[in-house]
Design a protein around this ligand. Structure first.
Ligand code: HEM
Ligand SMILES: [Cu+2]
Length: 593
């Protein structure tokens, strides 16, 4: 017992933190605090982006209908909503900002800013990031980017309206979209955010390479670390392409250059190539971390080792690699050579192989497990189911002859929401509810969590599945009033149904917000290891002190040793020393030795 005294004494030293409030919680270099700062920032943006969607759905349910004035519309200026009716130019800004805010300021920082920061040092057994100050700078660079992005709503001419993909020349010439300052703010904000992401990525990569605890070999890393590591490599290679494209766009907007303007020998297709060369890897940035979280939570909830650990790692690497050679599937309609279209079609379909490997391995993990349906597990299972639907609609879209009809219809909107809401966001719900006890030292309410989960699952499918039908019926995406087209006028009832489901989905999220805030202050105190998990973060107190571990942990095995015969419990922490090997009795030793 005397050996126990040393780590406890050391922990007491660490726990006593006498830095002033501002260094501890505002300009903190502690990776856990920075992760939590990203959490609050991106949950706020999730709320804003969701509200914009609710406004769009109101317009789509009752397009420009004086009988159904936009609730709260009178609070907005006449340049946005006139006599309760949303103006088309405002609709375009809503649709642009919904996509931009949710992709860049909600899902991406939730997956990477929050969990790469929080999990990488803890799961690697490190006291902090490799470059703690760079980490702080990364967060404080994201903040002004967010402020500029929101500021666009308040400037003359309204906010950016060229879609989250900002196709030039629409995004480059103010006369085309009717927006000038808003579009420039959009561009500048994303350039700044790009720098923030890059600073994060170099930090995450360096930490995983250099700061692993003794015994933490590459193939003993928990899958969230692998997924976040590969994602960081994607960020490192993709963000500069976006930043470069955006800087050229900014020149076209404000300096009178014409990189993307055909009238002065510029090339509009250059934007599409640069954007999607970044953009397709970006969609993997938006899903790979969730793959990692879900793998962790499924193994834990099934009380079984993850099925095919090495295959899971290789599949992430393969998806990340293939993600670089498929960008043309967003451009089938751009007039490219059909042979080129075919290569993009085949390379895209090949991605289904590693993706399917992952899905079957998740099912293999669940197979004959003693499954425990706690809230993180429910969300993780929903992730697998919803991601399969989104992945399958992706394979439809990847087929050139099919995509020629589906492109720019609501079928694409259905696809992106099955992968981004059904996939990424369910993964985020799983991750937040799983790591909340570690982050804040309190449990979230299981009952509220279950109600939130079931209602979200229901309303999500009611809202988004019928969008496949809208696409089949030919309804275009990014449309203000589809009833202007005779063949779409009949779609109003289905649109109304979708909108009502979306409103219910939105209201359901208030349950999550309530559960989150309530549990922060009132939740049951969390134990050190409430999910009886194996990875190193659960060997630290909840929440871990500054510096994380009292003594550097030593790692003896991989993170998925659930129900191992080596242990009487159904789990076996990575840092638990192996039991003493029983010495064979003399009469059992073969005579020859
Ligand atoms: C098996 C995997 C996937 C395949 C085969 C696939 C295929 C495609 C294709 C061909 C398109 C272009 C549709 C068009 O505009 O005509 C598309 C669009 C899109 N995909 Fe996927 N996809 C897959 C997974 C994902 C994932 C995991 C995400 C994000 C988490 C994602 C996000 C998007 C988004 C956001 C768009 C729309 C981009 C826009 O605004 O135009 N996809 N996908
Ligand atoms: Cu793509």
């Amino acid at each position: 017992m005397s050996t126990m005294a040393i780590p406890q004494a050391a922990a007491a030293v660490h726990l006593h933190d006498d830095r002033p409030f501002i260094r501890r919680y505002i300009f903190s270099t502690d990776h856990k605090i920075i992760g939590i700062q990203f959490l609050f920032m991106s949950l706020l943006f999730l709320l804003v982006g969701g509200l914009l969607a609710m406004m769009m759905r109101w317009q789509l349910a009752w397009p420009a209908d004086a009988q159904h004035p936009l609730p709260g519309g009178s609070l907005l200026p006449e340049t946005m909503v006139a006599q309760g009716i949303m103006l088309p130019e405002f609709y375009n800004s809503l649709m642009t900002m919904h996509g931009t805010i949710l992709v860049f300021f909600a899902i991406m920082p939730l997956l990477v800013g929050v969990f790469a920061n929080y999990l990488i040092p803890l799961q690697c057994g490190a006291p902090d990031m490799a470059f703690p100050r760079l980490n702080m700078l990364s967060f404080w660079t994201a903040v002004p980017a967010g402020v500029l992005m929101v500021a666009g709503f308040f400037v003359q001419g309204g906010h950016a309206a060229a879609g989250w993909t900002a196709y030039a020349p629409l995004s480059a010439v103010p006369e085309y979209s009717g927006v000038s300052t808003g579009q420039v703010l959009w561009t500048v904000s994303l350039i700044i955010l790009g720098f923030s992401s890059l600073m994060g990525a170099v930090n995450y990569i360096s930490t995983v390479i250099n700061m692993r605890a003794p015994g933490m070999t590459w193939f003993r890393l928990p899958l969230p670390v692998w997924a976040l590591f590969i994602t960081s490599v994607l960020i490192l290679l993709a963000m500069p392409v976006l930043a470069g494209a955006l800087i050229l766009l900014l020149f076209d907007q404000v300096l009178g250059t014409s990189f993307y303007l055909p009238q002065a020998n510029g090339e509009p297709l250059l934007w599409q190539h640069l954007f999607w060369f970044f953009g397709h890897p970006e969609v993997y940035i938006l899903i790979l971390p969730a793959f990692g979280f879900v793998s962790e939570i499924l193994a834990n909830g099934a009380r079984k080792p993850i099925f095919g650990y090495h295959a899971m790692v290789l599949a992430i690497v393969a998806i990340a690699f293939l993600g670089w050679i498929v960008w043309g599937h967003h451009m089938f309609q751009s007039g490219m050579n059909p042979m080129l279209g075919n290569t993009f079609m085949f390379s895209t379909m090949v991605i289904a192989v590693p993706t399917a490997i992952k899905v079957f391995n998740w099912l293999g993990t669940l197979w004959r497990g003693s499954i425990q349906f706690q809230v993180p597990m429910l969300n993780a299972i929903a992730f697998v189911a919803m991601f399969v639907i989104g992945g399958l609609s992706g394979v439809f879209l990847a087929s050139t002859p099919v995509d020629i009809f589906y492109h720019d219809t609501y079928f694409v909107v259905a696809h992106i929401h099955y992968v981004l809401f059904g996939g990424s966001l369910f993964g985020i719900f799983a991750a937040i509810t799983y790591w909340f006890p570690k982050m804040f030292g309190r449990m979230m309410s299981e009952r509220l969590g279950k109600i939130h989960f079931f209602l979200t699952f229901l309303f999500f499918n009611l809202a988004f599945f019928p969008m496949h039908n809208l696409g089949n019926a030919g309804m275009m995406r990014r449309i203000y009033d589809y009833r202007q087209y005779a063949h779409l006028a009949d779609l109003q009832p289905l649109n109304e149904f979708i909108s009502l489901s979306a409103f219910a989905l939105g209201v359901t999220q208030l349950l999550f917000a309530f559960n989150f805030l309530w549990s922060l202050f009132r939740g049951k105190k969390a134990e050190q290891n409430p999910w009886r998990a194996n990875s190193l973060e659960w060997s630290a107190p909840s929440p871990p002190p500054h510096g994380n571990f009292a003594v550097t942990p030593i790692v003896y095995r991989g993170p998925y040793e659930y129900s191992s015969p080596e242990s009487a419990e159904d789990y076996l922490p990575q840092d638990q020393p192996p039991a003493e090997q029983p010495v064979p009795a003399p009469d059992l030793v073969p005579a020859s030795s």
